[in-house]
Design a protein around this ligand. Structure first.
Ligand code: FES
Ligand code: FES
Length: 168
């Protein structure tokens, strides 16, 4: 089946087996290998990308569901010469070790700060009226779907706190 969507600002058209996941379309068909395959079962977050402003696990989504969507992968957030502020903060705070989970962590982290700004609720939110703050516990809860085998969690939280502070 044919499908067209925008990836990192470029229109891309593909002909895919209907069973192809968005993750495999990105990695195997568009050769955007920044997005990682960890579990392929929606449990690790390594495949997180941003679709129409929302983070999703791309391994749990069929590519054909994304006709006309706008998709941002780690390659679209920044470049080595011009890092996204969250990428720069991960480098500064050593928010990774092996780096396998990192593209998903960064896509998630960028979205988490936007979710907090928009008042999307979480299970640990103190203020149920929707006034979430980017506290350490709030960010850790919202990042709980992104697993890091290297245990870089504290440094990831520090990187996010810095970006959240810069945005405040
Ligand atoms: Fe998608 Fe693990 S590869 S959640
Ligand atoms: Fe190795 Fe997170 S940096 S899994």
């Amino acid at each position: 089946m044919p499908v067209s969507f925008e990836v990192n600002g470029n229109n891309r058209s593909l002909k895919l087996d209907t069973r192809t996941t968005l993750l495999d379309a990105l990695r195997e068909h568009l050769h955007l290998t920044g997005t990682k395959k960890g579990c392929d079962h929606g449990q690790c977050g390594a495949c997180t990308v941003i679709v129409n402003g929302e983070r999703i696990n791309s391994c749990l989504s069929l590519a054909l569901q994304h006709q006309g969507d706008s998709i941002t992968t780690i390659e679209g957030l920044g470049t080595p010469e011009k890092l996204h502020p969250m990428q720069a903060a991960f480098v500064k705070h050593d928010g990774y070790q092996c780096g396998y989970c990192t593209p998903g962590q960064i896509c998630s982290a960028v979205s988490v700060l936007k979710e907090i700004e928009r008042g999307v609720p979480s299970h640990v939110q103190a203020d149920i009226t929707g006034n979430a703050q980017p506290t350490n516990i709030e960010m850790r809860e919202r990042m709980s779907g992104n697993i890091c085998r290297c245990g870089a969690y504290s440094n990831i939280a520090e990187a996010m706190a810095e970006v959240a502070g810069a945005q405040a």
